[in-house]
Design a protein around this ligand. Structure first.
Ligand code: FES
Ligand code: FE2
Length: 438
């Protein structure tokens, strides 16, 4: 039975991987039970006693900032009668965690400090404590791992810490945090943000200013991957070659304007204004409009105090879409990141929770406050923008189609959908071999 759900020797992905309860249960046990997963960001936990909750499947984990400035994580389960101790995010007053049911109270390190009428119990060991869950952080992201024997986080993230060093992810902070439910399997949602092959199908409106053809993909052994204009195409501003337009048939200034406008919030107002200034003045001798803009944006970012060492001008207008195995994917720009964290919604194979994290680099003198987490249990209750709504609508149809008896499986383009294939192969490795390493 399991065999028939694994990635097939010819590369076919059986649809049951996305639709069956059995497969999701295997993933929750062997993948989410074993891997490091992003629970939140350091800046959510500023003061001792600040906490956040991370839910996955049937599990809920509390991560708390300790009195010494470290992090501690434990299952969100009272040792008395199992009540959950806290929800969402907040602060434990007086640095103690009091169960709302009968007031058993724990220190921030999980040790049991107070039991009302303790002398009436006969079986409470002195050293009773909430079991620690592994917690660590990289790049400002807090990761938890339910496996007490997990390999160290940095080892398991390889090579992302090296690849993303110049982006200084640890200096970014939340600008917004949205959460919603998509009626599709969690992997279908990750898949939809882990390739650009669908741009010519689903997002045709962006082809006039999007070169969707010169996109390279690269996968790493532990399942992580990235894609974007890795390599040669960075210096060229052109529409999708699929449109068959010749250089005289489009305006580079218009293209640059559209590209920057499409990135919207990823660029600051002054950076958008710089496009217009350059269009008016024209690029300096010997440089193209794109090169001139990249240089200017790099200088602006540096001028605001961002350490731009390690960044090349070409990175200033290109997106590095990064996939952190198993469930975070999104585009990174210098100074800004958009990250989608996707989790199974409880134990439902047909729905998932998608968190949208917009991170940005706040200037050193800017005041920063953690934005409120906005939760939309029904994604239709918010305007997500044209492109994202095309994706969300489509994902409902993807899930419905895959559930049909007529769906034989998914046939991937080995190059443009290689990141997806790698993710599935690594999931199978966790399920069949108990670990993600090749
Ligand atoms: S369940 Fe927590 S104190 Fe009773
Ligand atoms: Fe899309």
């Amino acid at each position: 039975m399991l065999e028939s759900m694994l990635v097939q020797p010819d590369g076919l992905l059986p649809a049951a991987r996305y639709t069956s309860q059995e497969f999701l249960d295997l993933e929750l046990e062997h993948v989410f039970g074993k891997v490091w997963q992003m629970a939140g960001r350091e800046e959510q936990l500023v003061a001792p006693g600040d906490f956040l909750e991370y839910k996955i499947g049937d599990e809920s984990i509390i991560v708390v900032r300790t009195e010494t400035g470290g992090l501690h994580a434990f299952p969100n389960v009272c040792l008395h009668r199992g009540t959950q101790l806290a929800h969402g995010c907040g602060h434990f007053e007086g640095n103690s965690i009091r169960c709302p049911y009968h007031s058993w109270t724990y220190a921030l390190d999980g040790s049991l400090r107070y039991v009302p009428d303790r002398e009436e119990f006969t079986s409470i060991p002195d050293d009773l404590a909430l079991k620690p869950v592994q917690v660590d952080s990289w790049g400002g992201f807090i990761f938890v791992n339910l496996d007490p024997d997990a390999k160290p986080l940095l080892e398991m993230l390889d090579p992302l810490p090296t690849l993303l060093r110049a982006y200084r992810m640890d200096e970014l902070k939340f600008r917004s945090y949205l959460s919603t439910v998509i009626h599709a399997n969690w992997k279908a949602v990750v898949d939809a943000f882990n390739e650009a092959y669908h741009v010519q199908g689903l997002h045709q409106q962006i082809l006039p200013f999007t070169d969707d053809v010169s996109i390279a993909y690269e996968q790493f052994p532990l399942g992580h991957a990235h894609y974007g204009q890795i390599g040669t195409a960075r210096g060229i501003l052109r529409p999708s070659p699929r449109l068959g337009l010749e250089p005289g048939e489009y305006d580079e200034g218009e293209l640059l304007y559209m590209r920057v406008a499409a990135l919207g919030g990823a660029f600051l107002g002054e950076e958008r204004d710089a496009v217009q200034a350059l269009r008016d003045s024209g690029p300096p001798e010997g440089s193209t409009l794109l090169e001139a803009y990249q240089e200017r944006r790099l200088r602006m970012l540096g001028g605001r105090g961002f350490d731009t060492s390690g960044l090349e001008p070409a990175q200033m207008t290109s997106v590095e879409d990064t996939y952190v195995f198993p469930n975070v994917v999104g585009p990174l720009y210098p100074g800004t990141a958009l990250m989608f964290r996707v989790r199974p919604n409880g134990r439902d194979p047909d729905s998932c929770i998608k968190d949208t994290w917009v991170l940005e680099w706040p200037a050193p003198d800017a005041e920063w406050k953690m934005p409120k987490i906005r939760d939309y249990p029904n994604w239709h209750d918010r305007n997500w923008g044209e492109i994202t709504e095309q994706d969300y609508t489509n994902l409902g149809y993807v899930q419905a189609g895959m559930k049909s008896k007529a769906c034989e499986g998914l046939r991937l383009n080995p190059r443009q959908e290689g990141n997806i294939l790698r993710m599935h192969q690594v999931i199978d490795r966790y399920i069949t071999e108990g670990e993600g390493r090749p």
